[in-house]
Design a protein around this ligand. Structure first.
Ligand code: LLP
Length: 428
């Protein structure tokens, strides 16, 4: 169920009044519609039409157990980038053989955890450098296990013209992935490593990719390399090609023509068929596109400040709670939770948080001229809570999980006292 305004003017998420969430849990609070997240995952699953695949949900986007469990129940595996995320995925019931692990600098302890998971380790450790291969072989030998290994290569596809530079990862000066020119060498090393078996090749060109053509361009580089390696007899155990995550969502709310995750999948399935790789499984690693639009951040208005320069609306959520506007100049829509009583007059408000930084700024928004009491910052289900921090001594926001038309679960708000005690104690 989407985010809707009911006839009495109240904003609802998954059938639950957001004013009620604020009354019960206070602010700042993230609220997620986990049923809608699961429905999106099922739609993506269906777009593979029974062909071999793995939707490896990028846990980094939203690692809350309530979210990970719902997506797992809808058929997702997991893409993790740290030992801690690996533990979350496994503890949420995702089978190790449905987990892949990316990361440019995995520690030995993290490699050991991936190698040691379950009866035979995870689906694939994806190496991101030639240098990582010897390290992985040494850890595999120490554990006495054979490790399914994938190569995340750098496709040298530059997404900086379609997304923010900070979230483009596929150009050859980015730190991510085995450089394309080194993939042949990496495969030789892998094939010569007695405890490693080369099972997959992939790329992730970047995040918030708005164009299927760019995604397919990155996928084609993967398919070309896979085909060439097979032709040379160097990839006999190859089981999957992985085209990564990065499917964009529409943060503006008025770009209905934007491709849906299933459109990306259809496009890469066609390219994969053309490349003659239909027998290999297709892996994708979506994060944002499964969770962003089904989460929002609730904040109370602390006060307004009207000057000659601007009408400021000062809210109790800041860049520590949602850092995307500060870090990527992202614009998230801000809407009033309760429709104004009386006058419907609107004004341009500059919505800002309480943190002592100029970049603690959610941008200009059209809202009721009479300052609303509570606002919702939309599309905050991905890279919201997971990037939150305690700068300025601010407690982490609370999370509420909406399912079956009710608040099914919520987290506890920590009192600022714990932060105070920790800081006072530091260095004592
Ligand atoms: N796979 C890999 C290897 C990744 O590095 C990422 C994201 C994903 C998959 C998932 O990408 P998604 O489908 O969510 O776009 N904090 C930034 C996004 C950073 C993405 C990092 N990697 C933001 O808020 O926009």
């Amino acid at each position: 169920m989407p985010i809707v305004r009911d006839p009495s003017g109240l904003l609802r998420l998954g059938g639950v009044s957001l004013a009620e969430v604020v009354d019960r849990l206070g602010t700042p609070t993230y609220a997620y519609d986990v049923d809608a997240m699961a429905a999106g995952a099922r739609e993506l699953e269906a777009s593979f039409e029974g062909t071999p695949h793995l939707v490896a949900y990028a846990v980094k986007a939203n690692s809350a157990g309530g979210v990970v469990r719902a997506l797992a129940a809808a058929g997702c595996g997991a893409d993790v980038v740290s030992g801690a995320e690996l533990r979350v995925a496994l503890a949420c019931g995702i089978s190790p053989d449905r987990v892949i692990y990316n990361g440019v600098a995995k520690t030995d302890a993290e490699l050991d955890a991936a190698i040691g998971a379950g009866g035979s380790g995870i689906a694939a450790v994806q190496v991101e450098s030639v240098e990582e291969i010897a390290r992985l072989e040494a850890r595999a030998a120490a554990a006495g296990r054979t490790v399914r290994t994938g190569i995340r290569m750098n496709p040298n596809v530059d997404l900086r013209d379609v997304t923010h530079a900070n979230i483009a990862t596929g150009h050859d000066t980015a730190k991510f992935g085995v450089p394309r020119a080194d993939v042949g060498h990496a495969v030789e090393l892998l094939n010569a490593s007695p405890h490693l078996v080369f099972v997959g090749i992939g790329a992730h060109a970047g995040s918030q990719c708005t164009a299927t053509a760019k995604y397919v361009e990155s996928a084609r580089t993967v398919f070309d390399v896979a085909r060439a390696l097979r032709a040379d007899g160097k990839a006999r155990s190859l089981a999957y090609v992985n085209t990564g995550g990065g499917f964009a969502i529409d943060y503006t709310g008025d770009a209905p023509e934007r491709p849906r995750p299933a459109d990306f999948v259809r496009a890469i399935r066609a390219a994969k068929r053309e490349a003659g790789l239909d027998d290999l499984a297709s892996f994708v690693e979506p994060g944002r596109s499964l969770v962003a639009q089904h989460g929002l951040l609730l904040a109370r208005v602390i006060q307004s400040k009207v000057s000659a320069a601007a009408r400021w609306l000062m809210i109790d959520a800041g860049m520590n709670d949602l850092i995307r506007p500060a870090l990527y100049q992202a614009k998230h829509r801000v809407v009033a939770v309760e429709a104004p009583s009386g006058s419907a007059e609107t004004a341009r408000w500059r919505v800002v948080g309480p943190v002592c930084e100029s970049s603690d700024d959610f941008g200009e928004h059209v809202l009721p001229r009479a300052a609303p009491r509570t606002v919702a910052i939309l599309d905050a289900g991905a890279y919201g809570f997971v990037m939150a921090n305690q700068y300025n001594g601010r407690a982490l926001p609370v999370e509420a999980f909406v399912s079956d038309g009710r608040i099914a679960a919520s987290t506890q708000r920590r009192s600022p006292e714990s932060w105070v005690a920790e800081r006072v104690g530091a260095g004592a």
